[in-house]
Design a protein around this ligand. Structure first.
Ligand SMILES: [Zn+2]
Length: 453
């Protein structure tokens, strides 16, 4: 994508021109796109059931809650084109960039586990009546062995495997490895009460893709890692796409990026942010601001997380977003840097109408202006230390306090302006003042600009 866009507008230079100050250069974003690792989410869905040698279900377990056909209807868009499925969520939320289809994935016939066993190399005991990590890992190992040795299934063709745990065995909704090698070690387990919850499968597969939870702060100030209901990696279990930082992490969205190199003190970016679900047509659909001007910790780690900004409407895949998110500019913070960097994301605010939001730790002020059906007009201003205008900032048309006004339009600048203002009231002079007297007063005003106001 090109490095600049006609949709990026420079800050208003009108006020600066009035006082003859220099017009600050328009911040120009870099476009950052993480390299996508995968285009195919090739998954085996493995329903498990546990029976003894007589064919009776093992103690504490029972018949599977769904048939293979019912699972296929919940998973594949091709089978259920008119409902949200695991496949349609990945296919549509990523705009086809990561696909889960009948062409690359399948539901295998139920795999029958014995009631207990031992792990071959370690001889560790496991059973199907209790659900610690070592046991459900052993179920997956045993299922893999059965699929390879008895069914001749090529596991390498399906690096992602979702084990649907036996009825009655596990009471969790789902679990998944947080990141995997994308070869053979990508595992998800779904509790038997959630086989039908497609969003649970989407969420756990998302963990395999190195996505951590999407949270937010509660009213009491505590971080709840699940409470971002704008993202499949947070809220469960309604139909959700992924939030802006996760979309950027995966390389599914490019971001206009700013840091100290292209966003100076007092500079303001004004740009049009297209809705996340709209086609990629060169417009920005995400912004990432890395506050590299904030000093890092002594160990070199960043003291303040980058800010991500996106716009979500109720269009298409976002139809089920809550009204508190729909047609809102959504702001997040996250330290995530690369596609394989599992980090929490934090939803900070949802803005609608003309609103101002301060990210104090990063010296940033975000304003929303017009929000339309498919795009939002926003501005981002970087405050200077002290957050006060100076003679220099006023002369240059910069906005050190980020109040949205520069030069003579900003009351804080008036003491620095050589203009007739209430702070520097009009001189009571005749229409044709004596030249010497006028010049003397003029010089006096310039030397003593009354900076205390
Ligand atoms: Zn999770």
């Amino acid at each position: 994508m090109r490095a600049s866009s006609p949709l990026l507008h420079p800050p208003s230079s009108t006020a600066a021109a009035l006082v003859g100050g220099a017009t600050p250069a328009s911040p120009v974003p870099r476009i950052t796109t993480n390299a996508r690792i995968l285009s195919s989410l090739a998954t085996l869905f493995v329903p498990l059931q546990a029976q003894d040698a007589s064919g009776a279900y093992c103690p504490g377990t029972g018949a599977p809650p769904m048939t293979v056909q019912q699972l296929e209807a919940a998973i594949f868009e091709e089978v259920s084109p008119n409902q949200v499925t695991v496949g349609s969520t990945y296919n549509r939320c990523t705009q086809g960039q990561l696909r889960l289809t009948r062409g690359n994935s399948r539901v295998v016939d139920p795999v029958v586990l014995p009631c207990n066993g031992t792990v071959p190399r370690t001889n560790a005991y496991w059973n199907v009546s209790s659900c610690p990590f070592a046991h459900f890992m052993a179920w997956a190992d045993e299922a893999d062995r059965i699929m390879v040795q008895e069914r001749k299934i090529d596991l390498a063709a399906h690096p992602f495997r979702v084990y649907l745990t036996p009825t009655g065995s596990c009471d969790f909704i789902g679990l998944g490895f947080l990141g995997c090698d994308y070869k053979s070690g990508c595992r998800v387990w779904i509790g038997s009460g959630s086989w039908h919850v497609q969003q649970a499968l989407v969420h756990e597969l998302g963990h395999n893709l190195f996505m951590h939870h999407a949270g937010s702060y509660t009213d009491s100030g505590l971080f709840d890692e699940y409470s971002d209901n704008s993202c499949a990696m947070g809220y469960c279990c309604e139909n959700r796409c992924f939030n802006t930082p996760h979309m950027w992490q995966q390389g599914w969205l490019s971001a206009a990026e700013f840091d100290r190199r292209n966003l100076g003190r007092g500079q303001t970016i004004t740009l049009t942010l297209a809705a996340q679900g709209t086609p990629s047509d060169g417009r920005y659909r995400a912004v990432r601001v890395v506050p590299s001007w904030v000093p890092a910790f002594a160990n070199g780690s960043a003291a303040v997380d980058p800010l991500f900004i996106g716009y979500r409407t109720g269009l298409g895949v976002d139809a089920s977003l809550y009204d508190t998110m729909k047609n809102h500019v959504l702001l997040y913070t996250s330290p995530v840097k690369t596609a394989r960097d599992p980090q929490y994301t934090t939803r900070r605010a949802a803005l609608k109408g003309k609103t101002v939001w301060n990210y104090d730790a990063a010296d940033l002020v975000v304003r929303t202006q017009a929000l339309t059906r498919d795009a939002a007009q926003i501005s981002i201003c970087r405050q200077a230390p002290g957050r006060q205008e100076t003679a220099a900032s006023c002369a240059k048309g910069l906005d050190y306090n980020c109040d949205g006004r520069v030069g003579p339009a900003d009351p804080q600048c008036l003491p620095f302006m050589n203009l007739n203002t209430p702070l520097n009231p009009p001189l009571k002079t005749p229409l044709k003042p004596p030249r010497r007297k006028a010049r003397r007063r003029g010089r006096s005003l310039e030397r003593k600009p009354n900076p205390g106001h």
